[in-house]
Design a protein around this ligand. Sequence first.
Ligand code: ADP
Ligand code: ZN
Length: 603
Amino acid sequence: MMSNPEEVLSRVFGYQQFRGPQREIIDEVMAGRNALVLMPTGGGKSLCYQIPGMIRPGTAVVVSPLIALMQDQVDALRQAGVRAGFLNSSLMPDQQQAVIAELRSGELDLLYVAPERLIQPAMLSLLRSVPLALFAIDEAHCVSQWGHDFRADYLQLSLLQSQFPEVPRIALTATADDNTRAEISDRLGLNEARHFISGFDRPNIQYRITQKQNPRQQLLGFLRREHPRDAGIVYCLSRRKVEDTAAWLTEQGFTALPYHAGLSSELRQHHQQRFLREDGVIIVATIAFGMGIDKPDVRFIVHLDLPKSIEAYYQETGRAGRDGEPATAWMVYGLQDVIKLRQMMEGSQGNEQYKRIERGKLDAMLGLCEISSCRRHALLNYFGEDAPERCGNCDACLSPAETWDGTDAARKALSCIYRTGQRFGVNHLIDVLHGVENDKIFQNNHHQVSTHGIGKELDRKTWQSVFRQLVARAYINVDHSTYGGLYLSERARPLLRGEERIELRLDVREPVASQQKRRIPDDMNTEDLRLWQALKQCRKRLAEEFDVPSYVIFHDATLRDMVQYRPLNAQQLLGINGVGQGKLEKYGDAFLRLINDHEQAIV
Ligand code: ADP
Ligand code: ZN
């Protein structure tokens, strides 16, 4: 029986040190007190309840909405030698009975359950009959009715405080904002508890936002240049686009699988499994994919359409690089995206307050796209966190955007909207500015308005950029009842009257080349690379043998450390980050043999 957290950390999980507030949180729960934990994705929330769960007497009950992932989570724990099990609707009756028997006889340190299961009377009375170490409520923001992941079953978790007042509760989430936190705290009875709030920065994620020119070619270039064999997620808004993009990427030689709510649940499950288990799989998905995907080696997140809020953007991009290795969040957006979003905003349903909140969120998202200063700074500020002016790891810091004095152009654009009656779309307005003479111009007498032909000095792309920025910055509104007719907002007045000047971004035509620091295995020589390949091969074999994803055996970072430090015996292998006693016993021999053979071959 291990009794001290450091010992569990190193013997079971193979890590040398606690990260950030982990140790403090563990102390709090070990002492039997409640806690609310806000930590970014990849911050290391799981250990905060797993370790107290293993040390405190009784079983720790982990509530998680992610049924599809429980199996993998529990498999991973068992690989490390942890006594863990799960109960959810995917189990056959006899399997369930086996888990319940284990629970009854005190053989489980961790029991994962779905919320709908937990709140069943039979389950509650079962839990009352066994000693409990704690309740961990993972993805705790699911209790929030304003949030995007609301689950009705989570609301009922408030019964834990009344029915199990003596069992400590720890709620965990990566959702940042104050409202959500207050709601979690209220509903789960954590107002008296200590709140642990970590910084939200994900320094290993490189944020890049680029203008859409030819999105497929841009995507292809990005993948081929920077992530040719990596696992990643590509987000699109519509099912149709998901299908098309996945098919097209497959034609280009990638392993790309679609994921959206229109596919059967078997197929979705199958694709998710392949993503988790195989190396280098790309999932093309609507936003329906990703919650709780704890695959640590997702190397890139692509957005081919704008997310609706910074919260959504941050949550989706947060799925990259949980292992702390460099990862890229890459997005393209263009005039049409901006218009579409603005239009949705105008036409959104619901009460005024709700609409105002939604609009504010969209505005903030558009603002993030259009700024020419550091993206990370803006993101963290949005979540109320101070950050340096420049992070050095976003497109704005790596290749600063130039700006130009767009006052004249903006005035021409606004005045053209006004003169043509505030109901035409961008393409027509640019035709007017260019002095085009076509049927639509003549039919509407637009060859006679004063703005006809006053904008020949800028090409079409530049005009689109001007309109995009004016729409994004809310000088222009988009009518939602027509096909994107533009009209002026109040903000446009001072600019039109010449009382205000405006700086516009100069669009970058070529995406910035990334300057990622350490990449696996880019910085290896051929000899290292040979060992690296051999280690990966060995990991793959073991993964198949144990029927688990390969990262459950060892993370890439652990294999890379093996290449670097070349451990030759069990003691040295234990010194590698990510190698604990359990994994040493299971896989140590196989890897040591490989490394020893390799060392002999090169002498
Ligand atoms: P979260 O749930 O907060 O997104 P996880 O608990 O999944 O994060 O942890 C993210 C990754 O970091 C996991 O691969 C985990 O093994 C690793 N990790 C957690 N704590 C430590 C630590 N103290 N040292 C090294 N790696 C850690
Ligand atoms: Zn930056």
